[in-house]
Design a protein around this ligand. Structure first.
Ligand SMILES: [Zn+2]
Length: 259
């Protein structure tokens, strides 16, 4: 049985327990550094979300030239950008193209990271119920898009203009997340002519490290504060509210029609 906090890493391909052994858990869980298992060894150990987060941080540390600071009030990142380990503890066939944020199914709001337009709001096999926002272009003529996957409900209308912090939907487990906990997959895409194309056309080529784009600067995860003024239109705020804002968003979300 899957539990929220502790999973059997059946699909993770790790060696038998021994996370504190000669090899770190991350080495065992990362196919780039994992040693080949002896034939017949198929009894993986257990890993916790704490260990997954640590692995994700180590993986990400090799990718980015800045540290990432997540406010304690922010819902947890359970699989970071660049991580090889999926939230269902299967190995990914490619490094993660976004960040996965844990939330309560049908309850935790998913909010716009920046002002923008709802480019897509529908269902697809892999991403489940999803919303894509267009945020304009950068100085080089590249389109800036953010995408929000696996929603329980969509609460944004295609074509609508949305402000930073607007509720786009509720965290869920839709799409190909079998065996995972409910979470939001959040991706940032930058590139020419992304707008009005289906995300699958650029999903593997135009993704960027979302931690480069926070409002307060690279690596400085910025929680959305209702009523605050945000000078930098294209600096992102976290796509899920801080726990301290739960009551505000509960009021806001109540009464929004599902799409
Ligand atoms: Zn994801």
């Amino acid at each position: 049985m899957f539990s929220r906090r502790r999973f059997i890493a059946a699909a993770a391909g790790g060696a038998a327990s021994g996370m504190g052994g000669a090899l770190s858990g991350c080495a065992l869980l990362n196919p780039c550094t994992a040693p080949a298992l002896p034939p017949g060894v198929a009894s993986p150990g257990e890993v916790t979300y704490g260990e997954i987060r640590r692995c994700a941080e180590e993986t990400a540390a090799g990718l980015r030239p800045f540290a990432v600071a997540v406010p304690p009030d922010a819902p947890s990142i359970i699989s970071d950008y660049g991580s090889w380990l999926d939230t269902n503890l299967a190995m990914r066939p490619f490094p993660h193209t976004g960040i996965d944020i844990a939330g309560e199914e049908g309850k935790t709001p998913v909010i716009a990271a920046m002002d923008g337009f709802v480019e897509e709001a529908r269902h697809v096999y892999s991403g489940g119920n999803y919303v894509a926002l267009f945020h304009g272009q950068d100085g080089r003529g590249n389109d800036l898009i953010t995408i929000y996957f696996h929603l329980a409900r969509i609460l944004a209308r295609p074509g609508a203009e949305v402000a930073r912090g607007a509720v786009l939907g509720l965290v869920g487990n839709s799409g190909t997340t079998a065996g995972s906990v409910p979470h939001l997959h959040y991706s940032v895409f930058v590139g020419p002519d992304l707008r009005r194309r289906h995300f699958s056309a650029y999903f593997y080529t135009a993704h960027q490290d979302p931690h480069r784009y926070w409002h307060d600067g690279p690596g400085r995860v910025t929680l959305f504060k209702p009523g605050a003024r945000y000078g930098n239109r294209q600096g992102a705020t976290y796509p899920a509210p801080g726990r301290g804002e739960a009551a505000y968003f509960e009021r806001l979300t109540r009464g929004l029609p599902a799409i």
